[in-house]
Write a protein that binds this ligand. Sequence first.
Ligand SMILES: *Cc1c(COP(=O)(O)O)cnc(C)c1O
Length: 414
Amino acid sequence: MARVSDARGTIESDARAARRKAMVKVEVPVINKTARAFRDAHFPGVDDATWNDWRWQVRNRLSTVEDFRRMLGVNALEAEAIAMQGLRLPVAVTPYYASLLTGLDCSEALRRCVIPAAAELDRSYGECGDPLAEDHDSPVPGIVHRYPDRVLFIATDICSTYCRYCTRSRLVGRKETRALRTRVWDQAIDYVRRTPQVRDVLVSGGDPFLLPDSALEYILSRLRAIPHVEMLRLGTKTPMVLPQRITPALVRMLKRYHPLFVSIHCTHPGELTPEAGQACARLADAGIPLGSQTVLLSGVNDNTETMLALMRGLLKNRVRPYYLYQCDQVEGTAHFRTPLSRGIEIMRGLRGFTSGYAIPHFVVDLPGGGGKTPVLPEYFQGRDGDELIFKNYEGREFRTLDPLPSADTDADRR
Ligand SMILES: *Cc1c(COP(=O)(O)O)cnc(C)c1O
């Protein structure tokens, strides 16, 4: 008898120990080797706890020419472009993300996303400040209501790191007072409350994770209290650019507002560091379904190999690829746009060659507010009598039976 109880006691304490170990593993934030080397070179004396404090990361963002020159060695053209900015889309990169811009194979690709190029100052044919005509579909400030049953809720205009191809460059990075934001939120929440067809609210920005926990909870709790709101979503790039923000406290708060989905903006497999992995794991462990959004960008991810690595890498981190976007016609982004055919070719290189779960929807968000519209490689080749002709993912031809309705059947129906 004693022995049985001993045995059980041992098993229980093993299980408890394993649980403790697993918890401890999640609680200690990781710092990868490259980030550590970057920190020691440019922020000497900064300890792990400080580096992992998301507010420190935000306060110490690289934003001046001098910062970039000292830490990343920008060239003269980049320096000029950085100096010229601030008029339109601000320049800011968290020290963490800056660490990815040195010493990795993919550093060049990642740099393109966050360090302005001289070409950014050009306005090319067809480009404008608000290509998706979001302002036109905005019934109250902070809301874009384009589709029948869901709205976009713009909770903030700030980001920790500004992507140079930003679709909302017209409004991000402006300084707003806390009071003004609360008033805008209240109006936006009120719009959702009095619009019963809205069953899905996508809280985005800017990046909503730049709000303090209490402010984000202010929004989520009020939206959740509206009976016709069936689900909430957050759109963010934080797990990739400021993974330190995904704290256990944040995740505990988010868990209270299920069903809650998080869409993570990511562009390159180089972003999938141990830190980003830990941030995704925390969200996923809280039962939050994770999706991804990627913009197809020239010189960053516009080849099948990179995209395949990104999509597989996301799945490994429990993020289900959701959208791949053709780059919007935003002012100053022509150097990022690829021909549509490049996206189609990449999609052709994914389907059949890897897990179906790894395949996003390739969409064009139509200028003028037409909405997200899917584009697919053409597998259907046409009809031959009662047969349909297809080409499969390998380019081999196959036929399926699809009898044309006969004259008799038509007569019967009448
Ligand atoms: C993308 C978007 C949504 C959400 O679209 P889904 O296809 O449901 O993810 C909602 N509103 C606006 C204005 C959008 O741009």
